[in-house]
Design a protein around this ligand. Structure first.
Ligand code: SF4
Ligand code: SF4
Length: 148
């Protein structure tokens, strides 16, 4: 279920604020990233990105989702090895760093912000789902195209 109207605007505004707080914390941690984009090719990185439904809806509301095949296992927002939607990317995108020195710090940050986003979902009485990102994105794109 996706909330609509002013209520949903507040929800997505609060989600944006949560992301801003996370970015501030990440700046302090500074795990380092050369933005090579490898981790957005999930097969290359042997990685599954999960995301909540409200995070995927936040993306779909703000950017056009390119046509893509889930089976390619590459994020459709990866353009010339760069994320083309940095302002809207998910918690999992923001907290993932390949630097092994941060393997303890980053999961704690992930957990903290996962809970904040889940609390937000509860606050606005929306359905909560946490699914593989590409599956959820394909579903959301289909719904946006069909209007249902
Ligand atoms: S949204 Fe951006 S950061 Fe996240 S997987 Fe896609 S390209 Fe990578
Ligand atoms: S986290 Fe690592 S693999 Fe991902 S973009 Fe940054 S340097 Fe590349």
């Amino acid at each position: 279920m996706t909330t609509k109207g002013p209520l949903s605007q507040d929800l997505y505004s609060e989600l944006g604020t949560i992301y801003q707080h996370l970015e501030k914390e990440l700046t302090l941690v500074n795990p380092g990233c050369n933005r090579c984009g490898t981790c957005c090719n999930f097969t290359a990185f042997d990685h599954i990105l999960y995301a909540s439904n409200i995070e995927v809806d936040f993306i779909v509301r703000n950017v056009k989702v390119p046509d893509f095949n889930v089976s390619d296992n590459v994020c459709p927002f990866l353009k010339e090895n760069q994320c083309s939607i940095r302002g809207f990317r998910t918690l999992g995108c923001r907290v993932f760093y390949c630097n092994p020195q941060y393997k303890e710090v980053l999961p704690a940050l992930y957990e903290k912000y996962y809970r904040l986003i889940k609390d937000l979902s509860r606050k606005y009485n929306t359905q909560w789902e946490y699914l593989p990102f590409l599956d959820r994105l394909a579903e959301a794109k289909k719904k946006a195209n069909t209007g249902c």
